[in-house]
Design a protein around this ligand. Structure first.
Ligand code: S3P
Length: 177
């Protein structure tokens, strides 16, 4: 199949963005990239090292560069870092050329899915994560072209649901023979 536009997966840490994008990429034979993995390769450092050395602001600056870079590529599925919606500039990039799929999750469910919080500097304690999740909600909603509730669903079911939505919206199309 092919993509008419880049598809950006947004949502809180632990929403399943990376797994769902990867699964969908495999079943539809389209390319996918995880923004944080791409960013870590580009910078030669782990996300948590960037946070430790340059703080959240330093990380956000690199994140914006990476987002712009990925948005300019041939359309692909991009799983974004959970905080990508924080900067106005990023929200403009998402809205401009891409189709945004918001995977909704509660902080409590996310906590149960994340096996290792040590790689996520902003998911250190549940109380703070709940507040952060709540605070970001309007921003996720503002950029979303479609919202998928992930509560109680597995990766395969979510990927199928996203596939149906993308086909319906004409974003994911069968390649002409
Ligand atoms: C962040 C989410 C992380 C990563 C960084 C900051 C956030 O990505 O970009 O730790 O602010 O929500 P995931 O959503 O893939 O965990």
């Amino acid at each position: 199949m092919e993509l008419a536009r880049p598809v950006f997966f947004v949502g809180f840490m632990g929403a399943g963005k990376t797994s769902v994008a990867r699964r969908l990429a495999r079943s539809c034979s389209v390319a996918s990239v995880d923004m944080d993995t791409y960013l870590e390769r580009r910078e030669g450092k782990r996300v948590k090292e960037i946070f430790a050395e340059s703080g959240e602001e330093g990380f956000r600056a690199v994140e914006t560069d990476v987002l712009a870079e990925l948005a300019a590529k041939e359309p692909l599925l991009v799983s974004c870092g959970g905080g990508v919606i924080l900067r106005e500039e990023n929200r403009a990039i998402l809205a401009e050329g891409g189709f945004v799929v918001y995977l909704r999750v509660t902080a409590d469910e996310a906590a149960s899915r994340i096996s290792d919080t040590s790689s996520r500097p902003l998911f250190q304690d549940l109380e703070a994560a709940r507040a952060r999740c709540e605070e970001r909600l309007p921003l996720y909603e503002a950029v979303a072209d479609v919202t998928v509730d992930t509560a109680g669903k597995g990766v395969a079911a979510i990927a199928r649901e996203v596939q149906r939505l993308l086909e319906k919206e004409g974003i994911l199309c069968r390649r002409p023979r």
